[in-house]
Write a protein that binds this ligand. Structure first.
Ligand code: NAI
Ligand code: MG
Length: 491
């Protein structure tokens, strides 16, 4: 076994709130425990932010935005600071990856080879944008000069989930800092540790106090206080559709702060009869078992053409049964533990519902006690799934795929679109015309053709329908953090 010996004491360096450039206790003095999902052991007691802390952090972010050195800094200097932070993240990548693995239960192989490289890429990318944000000169009628200014929206509340703790922080911070906003970031209560270490690196890089404040805490308290705050200009949220709705409602009822949302999904992954079956099987595995299935764009509805269905499921089953599952700190592990007891229970409930609605368990279908005492769920494949079953409609957020048969392509696309979600989709075929046609027909923000889970800092990510509002990544995410001002000059 290649398990590294890491104790919580040796790795958890920071457990306090970052407010105005200092690490402080919560105003209430309260802390909460963050456990290791693979063992249940407590990793740390973390300061628990609530409304009073949010008030202090927002005041610091406001001051930094309105009057601080950040507001007077040149765009190029801002870019340089982000680059310096990126370098520090790179230097400390192993440590940050380890914190996410311990806190979340995901394999160290993935945090080291997927999450952290994507984090670094994202910050690198946005550091380059800082001095390239430009307005337009517009040819209006009459004797006027008309031009636009792109200005930062102001103080941004950023509420992020636990499935990719560091990466979600980077997706949010990159564009906010590039545009010159200030931030109050709330990591998920399940995974606060890497964000706090990131806070230390932000201070070390030399960001002025108040530019980034980091407040671990719970959703109904700290999260709600951010969404409701009258002095927060914008809130960016990633998480469940249910809470996204609440955040938007809270924003509407307070100061109409700008809202962007990145929410759930129930992606159709469509395999046509002419697909390269080996590739499609690998893609289906990546699509649903990557990150224990705790992925908003997971390919959870697997539409397979009748004529290749049985062969496909057979291969998928064989693959699923050989994926090493267990201790996330073991370099060989490819599926770790689910993030929490709550998530474990949710997934097992969905598995029960699939069974009782008459779907057939091809493999898995239970907790994996053999993998350890943590929250392990066996990679699970259901066949004979009908569109109306709960497991075909609701986001499970676990390693559970629902295979659905089809015989006409048009029918698969139609049924694939029959969901309130619209985050992502994939299609597998050798017919290039067919592939592009389907990509246009799918109502989702991301479509993968003959691949799955491809990401790049430059390419937009976000949802149609109830999967969200706005786009993350690329130049598109900058718009989430900018206001456009039109200036008129009489000539
Ligand atoms: P959640 O939506 O409750 O949590 C996400 C973030 O929102 C956390 O930081 C949480 O503290 C915060 N939050 C919760 N309630 C809030 C409120 N009233 N106001 C402001 N912020 C609030 O997600 P949860 O409960 O952890 O997971 C439940 C389900 O949500 C999952 O099973 C999955 O289906 C979905 N989910 C989707 C994610 C995505 O990437 N789209 C990420 C995490 C969860
Ligand atoms: Mg919740």
């Amino acid at each position: 076994m290649a398990t590294a010996t890491v104790t919580p004491q040796s790795i958890v360096k920071q457990t306090k709130l970052l407010i105005n450039g200092e690490f402080v206790d919560a105003a209430s003095g309260k802390t909460f425990e963050t456990p290791n999902p693979s063992t249940g052991e407590t990793l740390a007691h973390v300061a628990e932010a609530d409304k009073e802390d949010v008030d202090r952090a927002v005041a610091a972010a406001r001051a930094a935005f309105d009057d601080g050195p950040w507001s007077k800094m040149s765009a190029r200097e801002r870019g340089r600071l982000i680059r310096k932070l990126t370098d520090l993240i790179r230097e400390n990548a192993k440590e940050l990856a380890t914190l996410d693995t311990l806190d979340n239960g995901k394999p160290i192989f993935e945090t080291s080879n997927v999450d952290l490289p994507l984090v670094i890429d994202c910050m690198d990318y946005y550091s380059g944008w800082a001095d390239k944000i430009e307005g337009d000169t517009i040819p209006v009628s009459g004797d006027f000069l008309n031009y636009t200014l792109k200005e930062p929206v102001g103080v941004c509340g950023q509420i992020i989930p636990w499935n990719f703790p560091m990466l979600m922080a980077a997706w949010k911070l990159g564009p906010a800092l590039a545009t010159g906003c200030t931030v109050v970031l709330k990591p998920a209560e399940q995974t606060p540790l890497s964000a706090l270490r990131l806070g230390e690196l932000i201070c070390e890089a030399g960001f002025p106090p108040g530019v980034v404040n980091i407040l671990p805490g719970f959703g109904e308290t700290a999260g709600h206080a951010i969404a409701a705050h009258m002095d927060v200009d914008k809130v960016a949220f990633t998480g469940s559709t249910e809470v996204g709705r609440l955040v938007m409602e809270t924003a509407a009822k307070s100061n109409l702060k700008k809202v962007t949302l990145e929410l759930g999904g129930k992606a159709p992954n469509i395999v046509l009869p002419d697909a390269n079956i080996e590739d499609a099987v690998k893609g289906a595995v990546t699509g649903i078992f990557f990150n224990q299935g705790e992925v908003c764009c997971a390919g959870s509805r697997l539409f397979v053409d009748d004529s290749v269905h049985d062969e496909f499921i057979d291969k998928l089953k064989n693959f699923a049964e050989t994926i090493p599952q267990g201790d996330p700190m073991d370099e060989n592990t490819r599926i770790g533990a689910q993030v929490s007891q709550e998530q474990l229970d949710r997934i097992l409930n969905y598995i029960d519902s699939g069974k009782s609605e008459g779907a057939c368990v091809v493999t898995g279908g239970a907790r994996n006690e053999g993998a350890g005492t943590g929250y392990y769920v066996k990679p699970t494949i259901f066949t004979d799934v009908r569109d109306e079953m709960k497991i075909a409609r609701e986001e499970i957020f676990g390693p559970v795929v629902s295979a659905i048969k089809f015989s006409e392509v048009e029918d698969a696309v139609k049924r694939g679109n029959k969901t309130n979600y619209g985050l992502s989709a994939a299609v597998w075929t050798r017919d290039i015309k067919q592939a592009h046609r389907i990509a246009r027909q799918i109502r989702a923000g991301v479509v993968w053709i003959n691949t799955y889970n491809q990401f790049d800092a430059a390419s937009p990510f976000g949802g149609y329908k109830e999967s969200g509002i706005g786009r993350e990544l690329g130049k598109f995410a900058l718009d989430n953090y900018l206001q456009t001002k039109s200036v008129w000059v009489a000539l």
